[in-house]
Design a protein around this ligand. Sequence first.
Ligand SMILES: [Zn+2]
Ligand SMILES: [Zn+2]
Length: 404
Amino acid sequence: MDDGAITQGLWTEAGLEELPQAIALRRAIHMEPELGLHLPKTTAKLKAALAGLPLEFKEGPSTTGVMAILRGPANGRTVLLRGDMDALPLTEDTGVDFVSQVPGAMHACGHDTHVAMLVGAARILCAHRERLNGTVMFMVQPGEEGWHGAKHMIDDGLLADPAPDVCFAIHISPNMPAGVFGSRHGPLLASADKVRARIVGKGGHASAPHDAADPVPVACEIVTALQTFITRQIPVFDPAVLTIGKIEAGTTDNIIPEEARLLGTVRALSERSRAKVHEGFERIAHHIAAAHGLTAETEVEQGFPVTVNHNHVVDLVARTARQLFGEGAFKSMPSPLMGAEDFAYVLQKFPGAMAFLGAAPEGGDWRSCCPLHSNRMILDETQMARGIALHCAVAEAVLNGEDL
Ligand SMILES: [Zn+2]
Ligand SMILES: [Zn+2]
């Protein structure tokens, strides 16, 4: 077998060779974005790009997600490379040549590049199949943007037989220097849950509040008390965010409404803090309402769990990225982000890590360019070459002897 340096050169060169095809596929997917768990057009493009490769395909009943499996000549470990493929419900305003042709849908989270990078890696790894002491699973999932697509694929049995020993995902980012990978030990992204409260009083004339039971000041008191709760009861070293983003009550100035409604989001970096905020939200809403003689109904809608990287896989990814592209190619992120990721479900079950790939557009300052989920978000798509190479090199490192 070649020595490490030659293999690394192989992956970086192969990544560059794949770039034109990756750009073409990314742009085709970008022009026809789809939302949710069922993405027939995107899946068709994915399958066409993988046609003829020595892959086994597995699909489940719940989504149009695809698991493509490459078996090397030896029965060794199994590594899973994951990409997501859904878009977001907003209208694109970037002015690029390959702008979305679907009003109200845009690949504003860069998932089009994630599909293209995985396809590039699949094509390269299939061509070098004889090097692989084990199995590579390419997991292409829909429904990352709040639809629990990864969980559906797990529940459909697509991550069993084979089950991965190590999982790896790349998320592209316009707000990091181009070509630099970033990740960190432990929590990388937060959990994201919705909380709702309905405060029920008694409607009446605004001039006679003593004859009514006004839910409006009670709702306001709950919002304020929740912020006190967060700062006084949630440990500062295991932080959480609770934002009430919507308050709804009443119709006009001279009516006391019967009810008020609150809607908010909870972000946490550990399951412990997450559970504590859920409990505190319900307790405060119920007890403040009760203190004023009203009642509250509460609901916690569970979203994605905390995305927690496994440290030894982060170390493997960091080492591999530096071997491929030099010392500065991997940066350890000083803090997690409070966004959330469906890949969290995969990392709850299997060891693995997610890394960000910087793709700030050329000439733009990564600190100030339009972020993910913006209608003006633009990426330097040439950085996909690095993502493709890292997918291949991480797969090889897992399968061919790196200690885990
Ligand atoms: Zn997103
Ligand atoms: Zn995303």
